[in-house]
Design a protein around this ligand. Sequence first.
Ligand code: HSE
Length: 436
Amino acid sequence: MGEINVGLLGCGTVGTGVARILIENRELLRTRIGTYINLKRVADIDIQRDRGLQFDEGVLITDAYQVVNDPSIDIIIEMIGGESIAKDLILKAIENGKQVVTANKALLASQGQTLIRAAAAKGVDLAFEASVGGCMPIVKTLRESLAGNHIESMIGILNGTCNYILTKITDEGCPFETALAEAQAQGYAEADPTLDIEGLDTAHKIAILAALGYGMEINLKDVYTEGISRIKPLDIEFADQFGYKIKLLAISKIIDQAVEARVHPTMIPSHDLLSNVSGTLNAITIRADAVGEILLYGHGAGMMPTASAVVSDIVDLARNLLFGSIGRIPTLSSQTSHIKKIPVLAMDEIRTHYYFRFEALDRPGVLSKISGILGRYGISIQSVHQKGRKSNGSVPVVMLTHRAKEADVRKALTEISGLDVVSAQPVLIRIEDERE
Ligand code: HSE
């Protein structure tokens, strides 16, 4: 086989980064692969925009189907995003026998099984390093580096936009909206930022990682998902007083024969490595039986870091093509025949530590009413703090608990919110603290 021809679908921020690496690092890539990677076609609806790159004559076109149907193209790089057109194009590329690279986490998380089956049936590779954690080589780590391990848990910060927003509010006390607007201006947020701030982008990513890590089918619908839009500066302040930071975490653990997969704002000790991951940076700790714990850290979003991950996939697939080793590494790490349907634990079954904030009237007996209800549900209080006295008589009462069952916590909070001495919906933030 001679040179490798690639076709890029979508030349937005990350697509442009991919094109830039392929053009500017062409010689470097040849030293790594042994042959040239030619960017043969780039399809985008806007081919007039100046991308700061010199494309060869006729490379930029508007018809993506012309690219996937071009018999001279070996690898298709899908950077369009979204679920319908992208899926159709990927399936067409697979049908045409092309290797496929995508960063499309939403599509993989919701319809990955269809794509994986189609690729396996056709005998082509489907690579998606850039779908999780930007430049962090998490997919490769799970599929290759940790192949000799049972994965026990994966806990990470997987959304740069949310981490940027939480960091900004924590460090500068700026309003949520200002931080979000700045994240969007920098190009970190998804086109629809609710995907970021309501945790769905992170859920897509942990669904993909759980499948890779535990050899299970991708299961997005059972991932519990809660975003950061209800986090108040007051809770960030309290967290700081207790030695915690608030991060949007993706948490996945294997518990007996089930998997925990959840996304929510979480208090973690300030000294924890993940606490010190700031701005748009992502990080993930993976615990596995042979290695113990490892940490990956890097830019989870942005043009060039994400493009770097895409190009690493192109290099892998080019090498596979050159050495006739397509399918050497199974898409979901385990052989397809060993991919299981592992149940995701219902949120009610989760046991963890909790932070509660109640807005309660500052009167005798209020604390005992609240703690009485918690006691009845078997929720043991670790500490109680009350701060200041507000003009209307309500004060924030904060409690940290020992490990409790989520179902009991929900029932208790429903009862507490019905007390006439409690003036607002209680705030609940889960705590991940291995010291406890
Ligand atoms: N919107 C995503 C983030 C981009 O903020 O991390 C990378 O998936």
